[in-house]
Design a protein. Structure first.
Length: 272
């Protein structure tokens, strides 16, 4: 399977984190389920090959639409490719989608909307153009032309929320909303409302996801010795707090997760 990333046009860098693609055109391969964790970002997905199965429960599933936007995640879900793989996506910054749509992002948190549901006939035209592209470079060009047009059309000032997102990421989720509200000279309640509408989740949940993602990065870089040390280094109050968030976002406790990852478990001490 080939995975590639592409940088956005500087004009879109505040909204688009990156573009990515995965491709595997081997036919007849039986793909395993993949577990997707919350990361605070929203994805615009364009599937130009065989469809994917999304599990609603352990045994129940539905077939995903080829082109859609996936709202913010509050917990994990599972996907399974059903044949050849050809997916292109724009990964938006946490508050990155709002400047391109004329409704609140939190209205479809945890759900998906087709491109046509989001942008009507313009969305239908975009979908056709994207699926007709033969390279990712073409897909980037087509999508960026569309996004720049929509941002100009809606003219949404999202700077206050973007400032809050940046501050929370830099502090690894350990900055108070009251402090951010004072900086912006607005009430805490007003800031929470604007943040939730533009990002799709509350500041409190976004802070939790930020800490969780930072913890995953520490683990990926093998910058830890035990559950206890990674809990404190990752910004959690204690080990119990770390384990609760880990289970909420992955569906597994840390011991279950790492026992299935033999390469990682060699580096982890399962202390109490």
């Amino acid at each position: 399977m080939e995975y590639k990333t592409y940088k956005p046009n500087p004009q879109l860098a505040k909204q688009v984190k990156l573009y990515w693609s995965i491709e595997d055109m081997v036919d007849g391969f039986q793909h395993e389920r993949e577990r997707i964790f919350p990361d605070g970002c929203i994805e615009l997905i364009f599937n130009y090959s065989d469809r994917w199965r999304k599990y609603d429960t352990e045994t129940e599933f539905h077939i995903q639409e080829p082109c859609f936007i996936h709202g913010q995640l509050k917990t994990f879900f599972e996907l399974q490719a059903l044949g050849k793989i050809g997916v292109f996506s724009a990964r938006m910054h946490p508050a990155g989608l709002q400047p391109f749509i004329d409704f609140d992002v939190d209205t479809f948190t945890g759900n998906t909307l087709t491109i046509a549901q989001v942008w009507g006939k313009d969305g239908e035209a975009l979908e056709k153009r994207m699926l007709a592209c033969s390279t990712n470079e073409e897909r980037v060009a087509v999508l960026e032309e569309f996004l720049l047009g929509k941002r100009k059309e809606y003219k949404i000032d999202n700077a206050p929320v973007e400032h809050c997102v940046d501050a929370m990421i830099k502090s690894v989720g350990n900055i108070a909303v009251d402090e951010l509200a004072d900086e912006l000279k607005i009430s805490k309640r007003q800031l929470e409302r604007r943040f939730t509408a533009a990002v799709g989740i509350t500041p409190k949940l976004f802070a939790r996801i930020t800490r969780f993602q930072n913890m995953l990065q520490l683990i990926e870089n093998k910058e830890f010795k035990s559950f206890t040390t990674i809990a404190y280094e990752g910004g959690f109050y204690d080990q119990a707090h770390f384990i609760k968030d880990f289970k909420d976002f992955t569906g597994l406790n840390p011991k279950q997760y790492f026992s299935e990852n033999l390469e990682m478990v060699k580096h982890f001490s399962f202390d109490d």
